[in-house]
Each structure stands twice: as structure tokens, then as C-alpha cells.
Design a protein around this ligand. Sequence first.
Ligand SMILES: [Zn+2]
Length: 64
Amino acid sequence: MIIVAGLVLAFVLMLIFSRPDMRLCRWRKNRDAGQWRCAYCGAVWEGLEQPNRCLRRKSDGTEK
Ligand SMILES: [Zn+2]
């Protein structure tokens, strides 16, 4: 059973890390401001939970 559980876990991790939106995104909780900030693109997310994708695409056209 341990092997099966390991395979399932590896499959889930592969699904998560294979998503292009999350590849370069690393959210970090800013406790003082009560918001999440992406360490790579600088996107800010004002939510209780960590976003499941990168918000970089929204600001691509405006800042370049
Ligand atoms: Zn990001």
C-alpha cells in the first residue's frame, strides 16, 4: 500500500508542477499586510488562501 500511495502522491505533484502558470510562481504570505505576494513576478493577492496560479499575465501588457 505504501507504494501505491507514493505513486498517487507523485502523480499529484507532477500535475501541480507541470502547470505552466505555477512554474515560476512562488507565493509568500505577508502577515503584516495580510496579503500574498509572488516572489517572481511581484503580483499581489489579497486573499486568505494562496492563489493556485500566477497572476503575472494580468500585468504583462501594462508594465512592458
Ligand atoms: Zn507569479
